[in-house]
Design a protein around this ligand. Structure first.
Ligand SMILES: NC(=O)c1ccc[n+]([C@@H]2O[C@H](COP(=O)([O-])OP(=O)(O)OC[C@H]3O[C@@H](n4cnc5c(N)ncnc54)[C@H](O)[C@@H]3O)[C@@H](O)[C@H]2O)c1
Length: 335
């Protein structure tokens, strides 16, 4: 049987660095199409089933050539947080929104049979609803959220026989990757606890939905393998623990103390904030429809990060711009 071919836009980012090798191990042939803003030296380049393409998703003609023979597109590429988006909102909009529909059309035309769009659980904005399920209105608070949400209906326009379309809305991802981001809540707090012995929490009562990076990878595998009739035209929240930021800080402190018993006690300092935005999501649908439940906790993510710090795999963790999307975006030249 021919190997299934998967193209991942943004496959050399934080999630892509963990996803790509695991798809290769699962027997897929993988094309990573990425600007390589965070490098690709940790990619399994000697694997003959991997093709690395340095390219811009706004170059639809170039991307279309790489869609030939591809079964599934996983669309991850974007300017992937609020501050990076706002550095140059025109540029960000051109990447996160303007080129989206031409890309979907090109994929369909090239015979791609499945398109998986990675949106975000941040599209809901703040809600007091007890359960933020997929049919909750989208009330985006930032431009990044807004354009993530605006792409979703563009995908549905092109759904049709032989072209399965699905949208996922993941929670904030946490844990170690060979291209780790240290600008995401759990990862930030762990970096501060391990390397500065102190965590500062602004407010603390705000809730945040979390998802371990390994569960994110499993969810993509599921989207590739699930029967088309179960996912076509569907949107799935994907999150695990909805925790208050203070609860995250306490988990981080406990795990870091367990992993580094000789370090002095870690201090948690709570300060006032006027940003009390609180998010939480309900992810029952993906269990109901596909039997998927995340299996890795925030504790697991913190433990993995601690081990990476101990191995020396996250050097210069406050100074290297590669860990911080907004810092890195200031260093890359993009037309
Ligand atoms: N990390 C999270 O917490 C989280 C949560 C919800 C949703 N998401 C979504 O998951 C996806 C992956 O997130 P991540 O954390 O791995 O992000 P990331 O920033 O680490 O990776 C994004 C990748 O896209 C590439 N890219 C950016 N613009 C491009 C362009 N014009 N052409 C080609 N490649 C381009 C970058 O080089 C980078 O490698 C994103 O779509 C993000 O919005 C992430």
């Amino acid at each position: 049987m021919a190997m299934k071919k998967i193209l991942i836009t943004g496959g050399a980012g934080y999630v892509g660095h963990m996803l790509t090798p695991q798809l290769l191990d699962a027997g897929y042939s993988v094309v990573v199409y990425d600007m390589m803003w965070y490098g690709n030296s940790k990619m399994p380049k000697d694997n003959p089933s991997l093709t690395l393409v340095e390219g811009d998703i706004r170059d639809t003609a170039k991307l279309a050539k790489h869609f030939e023979g591809v079964d599934t597109v996983l669309h991850l590429a974007c300017i992937s947080n609020d501050p990076s988006f706002e550095l140059d909102s025109g540029l960000s909009e051109s990447i996160n929104y303007d080129c989206f529909e031409p890309m979907v059309i090109a994929a369909k035309k090239a015979g791609v049979s499945r398109f998986v769009y990675c949106s975000s659980s941040s599209v809901y904005g703040v809600s007091d609803a007890p359960d933020v399920t997929e049919d909750h209105p989208l009330v985006p608070l930032t431009l990044y959220n807004k354009f993530k949400g605006l792409c979703e209906p563009l995908l549905w326009k092109h759904r049709g026989p032989g072209f399965t379309c699905v949208t996922i809305r993941p929670a904030t991802v946490c844990g170690y990757s060979t291209r780790t981001r240290l600008d995401l809540t759990v990862n930030i707090l762990t970096n501060h606890a391990v390397n500065r012995g102190k965590i500062t929490v602004f407010g603390g009562d705000q809730r945040r939905p979390n998802l371990h990076i390994q569960d994110m990878v499993e969810a993509y595998k599921l989207m590739i393998e699930a029967p088309a009739e179960k996912i076509d035209g569907e949107t799935f929240n994907i999150g695990y623990q909805n925790l208050k930021v203070m609860e995250i800080a306490e988990i981080v402190r406990n795990v870091v103390q367990e992993q580094f018993p000789n370090k002095p006690p870690i201090e948690i300092v709570r300060t006032e904030t006027n940003d009390n935005r609180s998010y939480h999501i309900n992810s029952d649908k993906i269990f109901r429809v596909l039997g998927y439940r995340p299996r890795h906790t925030v504790e697991d993510a913190v433990r993995d990060l601690c081990k990476a710090f101990a191995r020396g795999d996250l050097p210069n963790s406050f100074d290297d711009p590669l860990y911080f999307n907004v810092q890195n975006m200031k260093t890359v030249e993009v037309a």
